[in-house]
Ligand binder design. Structure first.
Ligand code: G3P
Length: 217
């Protein structure tokens, strides 16, 4: 299972990278805005900086919603660095653009996916990744993890290569459940990743070991 960090914050990306378990980064326009990144040149430089920190794929989202605009923007983004994955919304023109990018060998991440049918279309178009938003489904009293299971079954039935990138992850149990289902990637903020480290029995056990170690050192 790959771990991506879902942020445009360079300090958090560096911290996750320093753990040695980071496989990539996902961003979106809201995350870029949160960091105050404005203007085409600044956005490009920010993506470049992210690519310089991490070893794996870095998703950069297009703003256009028409096929020509998505293709134009996506091609520009893909020139920034070979690690860039063009993030395209799950809309009709997005599917057309994903098909085009696939034919050109440009990696894509189909985002804002909330149903198995949408995930099926993304895979048919040749998306590299599909991003089902589990937390946002949970927010509206719908089982986000069930969507991950449904997509896993569909992709396995037909051998689709599109990787399931579980997104909108809010807590460590989302990560564990996604791993049990077989999501290829989990993208989440730094906090849920760090929460995986925590167990009170680990802390208590270590305290006891260190106390006992003093007895013979
Ligand atoms: O990057 C997309 C997704 O992970 C957003 O998460 O928490 O805003 O629903 P959230």
């Amino acid at each position: 299972m790959k771990f991506f960090i879902d942020t445009a914050n360079l300090a958090q990306i560096r911290e996750a990278q320093s753990l040695g378990i980071l496989d990539g980064v996902t961003t979106n326009p809201s995350l870029m805005a949160k960091e105050g990144i404005k203007g085409a040149e600044n956005i490009k430089n920010h993506y470049k900086e992210i690519c310089n920190i991490v070893d794996g794929d870095v998703s950069a989202e297009v703003i256009a919603t028409d096929v020509d605009g998505i293709i134009r923007e996506g091609e520009e983004l893909s020139k920034i660095d070979p690690k860039i994955v063009v993030k395209v919304p799950m809309i009709k023109d997005g599917i057309k653009a994903i098909k085009y990018f696939a034919s050109k060998g440009i990696k894509t991440n189909c985002t804002l996916v909330f149903s198995p049918g949408q995930a099926l279309l993304a895979a048919k178009a040749g998306a590299t990744y599909v991003s089902p938003f589990i937390g946002r489904l949970d927010d509206v009293s719908t089982d986000g993890l069930q969507l991950i299971s449904d997509i896993r079954i569909i992709y396995d039935n037909y051998g689709f290569n599109t990787q399931i990138l579980a997104a909108s992850i809010r807590h460590p149990m989302h990560i564990i459940e996604c791993a049990k289902i077989g999501a290829d990637v989990a993208t989440c903020p730094l906090e849920p990743i760090l929460s995986l480290l925590k167990h009170p029995l680990t802390d208590n056990g270590l305290t006891k070991f260190l106390e006992d170690a003093k007895k013979f050192s």
